[in-house]
Design a protein around this ligand. Structure first.
Ligand SMILES: *Cc1c(COP(=O)(O)O)cnc(C)c1O
Length: 364
C-alpha cells in the first residue's frame, strides 16, 4: 500500500535539528506529523501522513463506550552515523496483531506497520532529540470507530502512529530503585481475559491499583495471579528477580501476562550477557523467603520505557516491608542495563535484525 503525504508547510515544521536545552521528560512532546490508516468495508485503506492534530470521532464510537482499543510502544535511536534506527520494531508489529486477535480487531500487515512507522520517523527525523540517552518513542495504536451502541466488534477502525521525542529515563544516572506494593486486593488479569493484550482497558483497570500503591509510598502494584499464589507482573512492566548465582528469573508467560519484548530480548541475550535467564512460575511465598534469606539479591521490572526499573523494596498492606539485597541497584541489573542500552545506541553489536535503519525516502 502506498502512503500519501500531506505535510505541514515548510515554515510550520521543524527545520533545524532538535537540541533541547533541558532534559526532556518521557512521552510529553509530539512531532509535527502522524500516520493514519482507516479500516472500512473490510479492508485497510487511505494510508497517509498528515499534520499532528485532533482526530474526529463519532460520539457513538465503540472505542469510547466499550474500550475496543489497543496500543504498542517502541523506541528508535540515533547512532554515531547520524542515522535513526528502530529497535525490534518487527516484534511490536507482531504483538499488535496478537492484541488485535484478542480484542476482535482486524489484523494489520506487519510490513505495512513498519513501513508506516519508518515513513513517519523519516518525515519528522529533525525531531530526534540531540541529548545523551535520548530516544524517539513510537506509539502505534488502533481503536474502534463505528458509531454503535450495540455491543459487537466494530466494523471500522483507525490505526495511527504518533511519535514522542524523549529524554533519558534516568537523567540522574541509574541510582534510585523503586518500591512495589504486594497486595491481594487488586488483580490485573484472569485466565481467559485480556491480560496478554496491550489493551487500553487493561490500563484503565490498573489506575485504581496504582493510586492505592501510592498511599503506601510504592510506585506500583506487583500483581499476583487471581489465586494470590504466583507473581505475575507490574502492570506496565514484566517482573524479574536475580538469584545469588546470577540467574535471572522471569515469570513464565501465561495468558495473564503481557509478553514484554524487553523480557524476550534479555532471554535471547543470556549467552552474551554471561547470565542464565530462565522463565518459570514464581511462588510469592518462595520469593519473599528467598529475599529474606539473601538468596534473591536483585529484582525489578523490564519494559521499553525504562528498560529496567530496579526494585529496592517490597511493601505489604500491613505496612511491613522487605529490602532486596542492600536496597541499591545491583551489579547484575547494572550489567544488563548497560549492555542493553549499548545495543540500542549502536555501541555494542546488535543481534541480526534487531535494529532497522530508517531510510531517507521523503524528498519534500
Ligand atoms: C508494554 C507492557 C510491558 C512491557 O513490554 P515491553 O515490550 O518490554 O515494552 C509489560 N507489561 C505490560 C502489561 C505492558 O503493557
Amino acid at each position: 500500500m502506498e502512503i500519501s503525504y500531506k505535510l505541514k508547510s515548510k515554515s510550520d515544521r521543524r527545520s533545524e535539528p532538535f537540541k533541547p536545552t533541558s532534559t526532556l521528560s518521557f512521552g510529553q512532546l509530539r512531532t509535527d506529523h502522524m500516520f493514519l490508516l482507516n479500516y472500512e468495508d473490510s479492508k485497510w485503506q487511505n494510508a497517509r501522513i498528515v499534520p499532528y492534530s485532533d482526530i474526529p470521532v463519532s460520539p457513538g464510537a465503540i472505542a469510547i463506550h466499550y474500550g475496543q482499543a489497543l496500543f504498542e510502544g517502541a523506541k528508535a535511536f540515533m547512532h554515531e552515523d547520524g542515522e535513526i534506527y528502530s529497535f525490534r520494531i518487527d516484534k511490536n508489529a507482531k504483538r499488535l496483531n496478537v492484541s488485535a486477535e484478542i480484542l476482535c480487531m482486524p489484523q494489520l500487515d506487519e510490513e505495512l506497520q513498519i513501513k508506516a512507522i519508518h515513513a513517519l520517523i523519516d518525515v519528522d527525523r529533525l525531531w530526534f532529540p540531540l541529548q545523551e540517552g535520548a530516544s524517539l518513542y513510537i506509539r502505534p495504536f488502533m481503536f474502534a470507530t463505528e458509531d454503535s451502541l450495540g455491543v459487537h466488534p466494530s466494523s471500522k477502525y483507525i490505526f495511527a502512529v504518533i511519535l514522542s521525542p524523549s529524554g533519558p529515563y534516568y537523567p540522574a544516572g541509574f541510582t534510585k530503585p523503586i518500591k512495589l506494593l504486594i497486595t491481594k486486593k487488586f488483580h490485573r488479569a484472569v485466565s481467559g481475559g485480556t491480560g496478554a493484550a496491550k489493551a487500553a482497558g487493561n490500563y484503565a483497570a490498573s489506575l485504581r491499583a496504582g493510586e492505592f500503591a501510592k498511599k503506601f509510598g510504592a510506585s506500583q502494584v506487583l500483581y499476583l495471579d487471581s489465586e494470590n499464589k504466583y507473581i505475575e507482573e507490574a502492570g506496565a512492566m514484566n517482573h524479574f528477580h536475580i538469584e545469588k548465582d546470577g540467574t535471572v528469573v522471569i515469570p513464565e508467560f501465561t495468558d495473564t501476562i503481557l509478553r514484554s519484548i524487553t523480557s524476550e530480548s534479555i532471554l535471547e541475550l543470556q549467552n552474551v550477557l554471561g547470565l542464565k535467564v530462565v522463565q518459570r512460575r514464581v511462588l510469592l511465598d518462595e520469593f519473599v523467603e528467598k529475599i529474606k534469606s539473601g538468596e534473591i539479591i536483585e529484582a525489578g521490572g523490564f519494559g521499553t520505557a525504562a528498560v529496567i526499573s530496579p526494585v529496592g523494596e517490597y511493601i505489604f498492606e500491613d505496612g511491613s516491608s522487605i529490602t532486596v539485597g542492600d536496597g541499591k541497584v545491583g551489579k547484575y541489573t547494572k550489567k544488563i542495563y548497560e549492555y542493553y542500552t549499548g545495543i540500542q545506541n549502536g555501541k555494542i553489536k546488535a543481534p541480526d535484525g534487531w535494529l532497522k535503519k530508517v531510510e531517507r525516502i521523503n524528498k519534500d
